[in-house]
Design a binder for this molecule. Structure first.
Ligand SMILES: Cc1cc2nc3c(=O)[nH]c(=O)nc-3n(C[C@H](O)[C@H](O)[C@H](O)COP(=O)(O)OP(=O)(O)OC[C@H]3O[C@@H](n4cnc5c(N)ncnc54)[C@H](O)[C@@H]3O)c2cc1C
Length: 383
């Protein structure tokens, strides 16, 4: 059996490690983070496509145990007037799974717990990748390890991608995302509805995360991605979305606040003659506007593990994985970019027009657009 090394123990890398080890492959995960570093990421919307994979890994119930099921999405104006409420039911029917809002740290912990002991090395950043014609030699401060197959799951700034594929610089999308989690119980009517407010120079949204917490996010235009605002400035930027938005941001403890400039890289990577591939953000870094980045990484992980398990030739497995996943993930990435541009366009009219369409289009039309972006198990060749 080939010895597989996965660079990056984020959601994509850990999902892939679990899927491969359940198929009997020896897997080593090299993760730059320290074992106790669970920061980063606040919460994630896990759509039914991600839950479909987690169910097959036997982890869906453990992942959702601390989350909130989201049955509806409500879009509204700054004034609070509703633009549209959309049910997740059609997507749930297609995937036989629901959508959930879950703390990222909990997802990571659940995946890590499902791995065989000693398969993940923390504080082990991969620095250099060398192919000697037979195997990879991977080195960093941890020393060096060899691998027959190298999977790059090391995120947006992937070392594996940078060293094995030609440079593909990310593109700044002109806006920031701020996020937080705070202890707060939403009223029963909002326990299962994610709310998203368009207006001002971006959007603000929130949803329940478990019984007693709220996950919120806001995005707004910002010119310089290398100079981020302090929290006082963030609060000022959030004024257009009213008291609730400001209140959530004010009550979020300092260690639960995140600010990220939003880039994407939706440039395909080529098939290589050596046994290495990419999954998750390393393969297709997308803006958060469809809430699909991690979900697509989870699908990558599952499909890659199936291909590797089902092929005696690793190169064939990697080619087939790439053909099955990359096109769909890049399509979702392009849709995310388009939505981000509509919402943050400085001319405002694209957002006004988007809101006008949202208010008038039948819910079924929006549900169809969501279903087309996410696909179905049959379209994606999963069953
Ligand atoms: C504001 C915002 C909101 C989002 N909301 C959602 C959402 O609701 N739903 C959703 O599905 N997605 C969402 N996303 C996207 C999602 O966060 C990412 O797509 C997802 O985290 C990608 O997972 P990954 O494992 O591929 O990469 P990462 O999460 O970046 O993990 C990569 C891992 O590799 C490690 N690493 C990096 N370099 C090295 C190295 N050289 N050696 C070893 N390890 C290394 C890192 O420490 C990290 O643990 C959101 C993103 C943003 C910015």
């Amino acid at each position: 059996m080939p010895h597989i090394v996965i660079a990056g123990g984020g959601i994509s890398g850990l999902t892939c490690a679990v899927a491969l080890s359940q198929q009997g492959f020896p897997v080593t995960v090299l993760e730059a983070r320290d074992r106790n570093d669970t920061r980063g990421g606040a919460a994630l919307a896990m759509a039914p496509n991600a839950l479909w994979v987690l169910r097959r890994l036997g982890l869906a119930d453990a992942v959702t145990a601390q989350g909130s099921r989201i049955t509806h999405y409500t879009f509204q104006r700054e004034s609070g007037a509703e633009l549209k409420t959309v049910s997740f039911q059609p997507l749930e029917r297609t995937w036989h799974e629901s959508a959930w809002c879950v703390a990222r740290a909990h997802i990571l912990e659940t995946l890590e717990t499902a791995l065989p002991l000693h398969s993940i090395h923390h504080a082990a950043p991969l620095d250099a990748v060398r192919w000697n014609g037979q195997s990879f030699n991977l080195s960093g401060p941890f020393g060096s390890v060899s691998a027959d197959l190298l999977i790059g799951a090391d995120g947006a700034h992937s070392t594996v991608r940078n060293q094995l594929w030609p440079a593909a610089p990310p593109q700044y999308q002109g806006f920031l995302a701020v996020r937080g989690v705070l202890a707060h119980r939403l009223p029963p009517s909002q326990q299962h509805t994610a709310v998203q407010t368009w207006g001002g120079h971006g959007e603000f949204g929130y949803s329940a995360m478990g019984d007693n917490h709220v996950y919120w996010f806001a995005t707004f235009r910002w010119d310089n991605p290398h100079q981020l605002p302090d929290w006082t400035r963030v609060l000022a930027e959030m004024s257009p979305w009213g008291e609730r938005a400001r209140g959530f941001a004010e009550c979020t403890p300092a260690d639960a606040r995140l600010i990220h400039p939003i880039f994407d890289r939706i440039v395909p990577f080529a098939d290589l003659a050596i046994p290495s591939t990419l999954i998750g953000d390393a393969a297709h870094w997308m803006t958060p506007n469809t809430g699909q980045g991690a979900c697509q990484g989870i699908l990558d992980a599952w499909v890659l593990a199936q291909q590797v398990a089902g092929n005696s030739d690793v190169r064939t497995a990697l080619t087939q994985y790439r053909e099955r996943r990359l096109g769909q993930a890049l399509r979702v990435g392009r849709l995310s970019r388009m939505l981000g541009r509509v919402i943050h366009d400085p001319r405002h009219w694209p957002q006004h027009m988007g809101a006008w369409v949202l208010a008038r289009a039948p819910a079924a039309f929006i549900q169809r657009a969501m279903a087309e972006a996410v696909g179905s198990p049959r379209q994606l060749g999963l069953e």
